[in-house]
Design a protein around this ligand. Structure first.
Ligand code: SF4
Length: 251
């Protein structure tokens, strides 16, 4: 499987508190897989996809100097067997596969989850996904929780690639799935409402989260977004890890 790294050769696997959404505050082991099928301009893990030789734009670009990452330095491969051994040796049984987009590697992911659960049925497995890919096979059956984060227009992705309505309806129908939607400014709330209605997401499983990679950016958006959540019936989530650790890898 292809993973992101904290430093060349070291897979980004770390123990921390979940910072966002329904599991916020829970101690978890994060496994960050590399590669993504979307290219959000504000992505805080662009090192999983914005590699040299690509033409994707990111807000860290400066005129004449796009911010690009070296694919060979930013990725590392580990077998399902190696990852099983690594995760079994850690003290925490809540595992969150994040990315990038983890479901791009769902065949291997399913095998890994099966091995983990066979070794210790107490493993609780969460997948963070952008909601464009449906789980199949083992990945569909063995995952305990999906944290689905569909992207809005401000992400910079075309509608056709960021909104797969049938896939979002699949998640809306699955009680294991919770939705976390990143909001940048008040006009985004209209797009949220349309998406929620069109895909029949139950409001009780929808969290709105302010966009921001620093405490200052988040604080500028938290108050009006919290007010909107109260008014419209959405759940609110901040980004606990940003407040605690800043925008750093491995946290
Ligand atoms: S879907 Fe997630 S990982 Fe992919 S580009 Fe967007 S924010 Fe980054």
């Amino acid at each position: 499987m292809r993973l992101a790294v904290t430093e060349p050769g070291a897979p980004e696997i770390f123990h921390s508190l979940q910072g966002e959404g329904v599991s916020a505050g829970k101690p978890s082991v994060f496994v960050r897989l590399s590669q993504c099928n979307l290219h959000c301009v504000w992505c805080d893990t662009a090192y999983t996809w914005n590699f040299q030789g690509t033409e994707f734009h990111h807000r860290d670009d400066t005129p004449g100097a796009p911010r690009k990452y070296d694919r060979a330095q930013e990725t590392v491969d580990r077998s399902v067997e190696e990852l099983t051994e690594h995760l079994l040796a850690l003290p925490c049984r809540r595992i969150i596969f994040t990315g990038g987009e983890p479901l791009l590697q769902q065949r291997e992911l399913g095998e890994l989850i099966q091995r983990l659960k066979e070794a210790d049925p107490s493993f609780y497995i969460e997948i963070e996904t952008n909601g464009t890919i449906s789980p199949v096979g083992l990945a569909a059956d063995l995952i305990d929780q999906f944290n689905v984060s569909p992207k809005l227009a401000h992400s910079g992705n075309d509608t056709a690639i960021r909104h797969k309505l049938e896939t979002l309806r699949f998640y809306a129908n699955d009680p294991r799935a919770n939705f976390k939607i990143v909001v940048e400014s008040p006009p985004d709330l209209e797009e949220v409402k349309s998406l929620v209605v069109e895909t029949e997401m139950p409001l009780s499983r929808v969290w709105l989260m302010p966009e921001g990679r620093s405490t200052q950016e988040l604080q500028q958006r938290e108050q009006w977004l919290a007010d909107a959540c109260l008014k419209e019936g959405y759940n609110f989530t901040g980004r606990l890890h940003i407040h605690l650790y800043g925008d750093t890898r491995g946290t």
